[in-house]
Design a protein around this ligand. Structure first.
Ligand SMILES: C[S@@+](CC[C@H](N)C(=O)[O-])C[C@H]1O[C@@H](n2cnc3c(N)ncnc32)[C@H](O)[C@@H]1O
Length: 490
């Protein structure tokens, strides 16, 4: 497709955009949880679990977290039409697109310039999601579409083909700034390196001397140490090095001719010289990252008293793979479709800071008990062994405040009765773009946005004298925005 061609999705209701109030978040300390003792010097306590609709929650996070999140992983309802017990997975297609578009736009704003977003999806909506992502993130920022082998055995009850994969679609906020990490080498990968000739440089593996890439001086005959003549590389291929370079490599004992000196030559690649990690590939097998059944089993062990366990939780290994590629310790990770809390659990064990949002009651029945066990170090399933997890840290639990305004019985907009003075001050600060942080010593300083600009929110009626006193205290080099019920001046 040329750069001028722009494929855009259209759907019923695309033009309707919700007008969102930036709500405040209310912590419920009873549900927050922190380890009793520090386990390491880098335990993380400031993680956030938010109970509520993610559209409002993402809007609520905007002020504090815009441009701060390094990696977003979401596993939204796939819109397959199947009736899941814990959430609605059969939203009508147009509604699903609107729902996703609105959230993706907010998510993009939360990402750091060098951040990335990873989305689990299956074949039902994947093509639409891709086009939608092109619209929201820009086609140029597409990174990869991974295939995850989610089950380990075919379903004989499948109507047509037995589906055994999901996709994980990845976009960078700005592909020119995004950098991926390498994956650790596995024992199996290292085992391919052997030392057949006792080379002092250590184990090596033979790599083809020929390749398909055209190389103008890459076709010449070779004589093996045994005396056998090889007329040239196979048809349509070229030696990867020139005749002279081959000689140099051979003198440095970097060419393998087989134990009898009679094989087609191969270049020795030494384990000590290869990069320390492995470039991530796009097919992720269940042997590498786990499958749905294992994730369910892990959950069963974690929550033995919960009867209705989730149908398709993701294995922690899958999230670990994403976070390994896309984050470093202490980076912020966000999942706004938290489900059973797999993202938070994996991020926590990996020393990443996390925010999760979940609307369903399983926020309380699944996520909180699960995360408590992670913090306590009693969850030894999932990736615990791989990352040597011993517990520590904690999280704060929040719910969304109600809307600031409501209609009274005459239909007039009034401040909601559910707001006390502190909530009101915080909500008004947020609406005005200030971060609520009331001073302990100065009653009129309700924020610490800058050293010069302050906000004071009060339900009082301010008199001329009070205003004059405030003006004197603020002085001429600073400014104070006052939000009050009424004032009398002059
Ligand atoms: C497929 S599940 C996520 C599973 C999760 N990855 C895990 O491993 O447990 C999708 C979740 O998104 C939640 N969800 C759907 N719509 C939401 C919304 N508007 N706000 C917050 N959560 C929502 C559902 O309740 C459900 O728990």
């Amino acid at each position: 497709m040329s750069n001028k061609t722009k494929l855009e999705l259209s759907w019923i209701g695309k033009e309707n955009r919700p007008r969102l109030e930036p709500r405040i978040l209310l912590e419920d300390p009873e549900k927050s949880y922190h380890a009793q003792h520090r386990v390491t010097d880098h335990d993380l306590f400031d993680n956030r679990l938010i109970f509520g609709d993610n559209l409002l929650a993402l809007k609520a996070l905007e002020q504090e977290y815009a441009g701060k999140i390094k990696c977003i992983y979401i596993d939204p309802p796939y819109n397959t039409g199947s009736a899941f017990e814990h959430y609605d997975d059969g939203v009508e297609h147009s509604l699903w697109l609107s729902l996703m578009r609105d959230r993706l736009e907010l998510l993009r704003g939360l990402l750091r310039d060098n951040g990335s977003i990873w989305i689990s999806i299956d074949d039902h909506e994947m093509p639409y999601l891709r086009v939608l992502m092109d619209e929201v993130f820009g086609r140029q920022n597409f990174v990869a579409q991974c295939i995850w082998e989610k089950v380990y055995s075919p379903k004989s009850s499948a109507k047509f083909l037995s589906e055994n994969h999901d996709y994980i679609v990845c976009y960078a906020k700005d592909v020119l700034r995004w950098e991926r990490n390498l994956l650790s080498r596995t024992e199996k990968q290292d085992k391919a390196y052997k030392n057949r000739d006792n080379d002092p440089r250590g184990p090596w593996k033979p790599c083809d001397l020929s390749a398909r890439n055209y190389y103008s001086i890459g076709r010449y005959p070779i004589t093996c140490p045994s005396g056998r003549e090889i007329s040239g590389p196979p048809q349509g291929m070229y030696w990867r090095v020139s005749k002279e370079r081959l000689k140099e490599l051979d003198q440095d004992r970097r060419i393998w001719w087989g134990k009898d000196g009679n094989n087609v030559p191969a270049i020795k690649r030494f384990l000590s010289e290869v990069i320390s990690g492995v470039v991530p590939e796009t097919i992720w097998t269940y042997q590498e990252v786990g499958h749905n059944q294992a994730a369910k089993q892990h959950l069963k062990e974690l929550l033995p008293n919960v009867e209705d366990l989730f149908v398709t939780p993701k294995p922690e290994g899958l999230v670990e793979r994403i976070l390994t590629i896309a984050t470093n310790p202490t980076d912020w990770v966000l999942d706004s479709f938290a489900g059973t809390g797999t993202t938070g659990a994996a991020a926590h064990k990996m020393g990443r800071r996390w925010i999760m949002v979940e609307l369903g009651e399983h926020c309380h029945t699944h996520i909180i008990p699960r995360l408590k066990k992670v913090v306590d170090g009693t969850d030894q399933g999932g990736i615990s062994e791989a990352v040597n997890w011993k517990g520590g840290g904690g999280f704060r639990y929040y719910r969304l405040a109600p809307s600031l305004l409501e209609r009274d019985k005459w239909g007039n907009w009034v401040i909601s009765e559910k707001f006390n003075a502190a909530m009101l001050a915080e909500a008004v600060c947020k609406l005005e773009g200030f971060v609520y942080a009331p001073s302990d010593t100065i009653y009129w300083q309700h924020d610490h946005s800058t050293e010069q600009e302050f906000i004071y929110v009060t339900t009082a009626h301010l008199s001329h004298d009070q205003l004059q006193q405030l003006s004197d205290e603020v002085g001429s080099n600073r400014s104070l925005l006052m939000v009050c019920s009424a004032f009398r001046y002059g």
